[in-house]
Design a protein around this ligand. Sequence first.
Ligand SMILES: Cc1cc2nc3c(=O)[nH]c(=O)nc-3n(C[C@H](O)[C@H](O)[C@H](O)COP(=O)(O)OP(=O)(O)OC[C@H]3O[C@@H](n4cnc5c(N)ncnc54)[C@H](O)[C@@H]3O)c2cc1C
Length: 290
Amino acid sequence: MDFLQPTSWQEALELRAERPDAVPIAGGTDVMVDINFDRSRPGALLDLGRVGELREWSTDDGSVRLGAGVPYARIVGDLGAHLPGLAMAARTVGSPQIRMRGTVGGNLGSASPAGDAHPPLLAAGAVVEVESAARGVRRIPAAEFYTGVKRNALGADELISAVLIPSAAGPQQFCKIGTRNAMVIAVSAFACALHPDRRAVGTGIGSAAPTPRRATEAEEFLAGELESAGLWESRGELPETLARTFGERVAAAASPIDDVRGSAAYRRHSLSVMARRAVLWAWNDYRKAA
Ligand SMILES: Cc1cc2nc3c(=O)[nH]c(=O)nc-3n(C[C@H](O)[C@H](O)[C@H](O)COP(=O)(O)OP(=O)(O)OC[C@H]3O[C@@H](n4cnc5c(N)ncnc54)[C@H](O)[C@@H]3O)c2cc1C
């Protein structure tokens, strides 16, 4: 197995085009597991660890450009104010060792329905930036990036350069259910974001459908109810019945399966509970911020 080590983004793109048999590797926390268990034996590894551009983040015009290779530990440490939902999710990933190595680019590359970065990216309205040497840059909304179980919209000659995520204009929440508190793959997960600037609600469901997905009908329902009751301006209390109905609509948007981690029925039920609680927490934060 060849080990390719580009030191610049341009070189990485050229190697990606020249060596279709090469598997990109960032933190390696998914790739190395597959190799160790003999589930994959690529002709080459394309190590992105020396490409400095991938490990940077910046803010511009109300959004964060998060390099694909920024590890979770830095998201927790640096970006809690800009990206609270993603930082909450990052805090739940694996162990400290995994959070030092693992990246959002790797989570997107693996595109597991259980990946913890996906729900907050969906709720925030993130866009995935990908690039190839021949065709240049493409920007793909996160909601269109996941195309099937562990499949994504990335072309064979493309690499993920960054994720563009609007800085939070309102409170965000992330909830995850696992069989224990740490080092666990989500049985189900949910993220929500309040966008008072455009009077919208964002959601993301994890581990309860073939791909991470939004609960768009629930989003529109809640935003409409908040609007018609004048709650965005008054910041009045969120009626419990409204939060409960929102939770039920989020659960209805899922299409979970029974597997070793949980039953489809449990996943649906847990989603309705997480969505109800998360939106109440987020709304109470919105009221307190007045
Ligand atoms: C013990 C353990 C615990 C874990 N716990 C969690 C958890 O709680 N939550 C969770 O979501 N995940 C968890 N994971 C899975 C893993 O840590 C995450 O999916 C992580 O985000 C992968 O990032 P990485 O940089 O290590 O990716 P890698 O393993 O380097 O790569 C993963 C995939 O992405 C591709 N890739 C990486 N970077 C790019 C790029 N720039 N462009 C194109 N393709 C790219 C690779 O080719 C590969 O297909 C765990 C893993 C382990 C081993």
